[in-house]
Design a protein. Sequence first.
Length: 562
Amino acid sequence: MGDNENASNSDFIRSKINDDLKTNKYNGRVHTRFPPEPNGYLHIGHAKSICLNFGIAQEFTGLCNLRFDDTNPEKEDMEYVDSIIEDVEWLGFDWQERMYYASDYFDQLYDWAVQLIKTENAYICELTSDEFKDYRGTLTEPGKNSPFRNRPAAENLEIFTDMKAGKIEENQYVLRAKIDMGHPNLHMRDPVIYRIINTSHHRTGSKWHIYPMYDYAHPLSDSIENITHSLCTLEFEIHRPLYDWFINALELESRPEQTEFSRLNLTYTIMSKRKLLELVTEKLVNGWDDPRMPTICGLRRRGYTPASLRNFCSKIGITKFNSLTDIALLEHCVRDDLNKTANRVMVVLDPLKIIIENYPENKTEDLDAINNPEDESMGKRKVPFSREIYIERNDFLENAPKKFFRLSPGKEVRLRYAYYITCTNVVKNEESGEIIELTCTYDPETRGGSSPDKRKVKGTLHWVSAEHALNAEVRLYDRLFTVEEPDAVKGDHGYEKFLNPESLKILTNCKAEPSLSTAAAGSSFQFERQGYFNVDPDSSDSNHLIFNRTVALRDSWTKKNK
């Protein structure tokens, strides 16, 4: 594997890998891993780590493993495992045959724990949780040695064996590494490496009654898999001395190196797994795949594309310092991708009927409409035009100001791909005064949306033929929170008061052009003048079409909230 000079200039991790390749540190190998805990659904912050770890492997002709750090059976579930596999595949990455679990290594991890006991690098401790906190010390005061710290190795081993056999109740004993209770890094003050959990594991069943802590299992799993570069987010920087201590204490031949990078923090979004779980369990959202959630499955359901997420992760880059990324950049990446790939269609969200009085009754024309002006190869489609059509209600004003360029009495506008029309009459509900219908005339010489005499018409409206329209439900999703940093709100559930009450609006009387009758679930479209939408999986057929708004045509949020 040669070095990657282009990548070396992009961030400090790629620069470091190039240096390692030049010095032949790992015999020319680059081997990374993505190690999620299967205790929740992945979110966009994980997408950054996925793109980095798998991207590094691709760029340097290396390997990347998918490994589940399944060391806590009380919080883990196969549902999460399956969702993680689906998410990584959907993002476009392939681990080939290298999918592993920390539970694959439980026997080896146990044997190494026994080795630490025999070399007096670990001991059984029976302090209570309150005593443990008292003995640990603080950031400014050293801890105190446990009274059980010098228990003989043989006795430690006997108790540890009984713990493994399920002979001891939970919380009675733990196995701790014997490091230094006076160490300035609290994580080095004799951390717990095994605890008793009498809960069935989703893979190993009831075989084990003791489970390794993450800080113990993680570096040793990396070593077993011959990982070269263990890439973690910045909160693990303080754990790095412990990562190295386990590898050194066990004198392992494979010695991966941990490097930290900044996690993704996104405006108007929470990334805490605990808080995301609260949103789901307290039914503040409609499940993990609610399109307002930052979960990868939620973004997928909303219509975000793998390419847009990969592009976003590339644009934000890799740094050593935490910062807040504007969600507008993510939305820009989505628009940029969908602008190239999504067909344009016409859907009226709030329909107002127009009767074109001089258009022949019982006549239908099939007009040519461009699928995507960004890509001529995507061709054209036919849209039917008839005497009765729907336009958007807000595209008409009875008493319009001077700069209102849409439809009003006596004013001429262009119908997209069709004709020029002029409003001649307004029909209202006699009791409420609500406008229920318009009467217009059309100019038959303007077919296709242009005039032979080149007269100027400033307004162009989208429309749908009333006779051919499909009924549709449209879900207008917006940002879930009204403040930029909901994760920074202090106190339990403090973020909930900033939930955006307008994050979901459901429109049930929408009218869609008939070409959408065959639209597949998950397919994306640009609704002309409205934004980008995708077909929700709940859509059963053309009689029950449901669309999710993926993103508006432009960022209106910033202006709205100034």
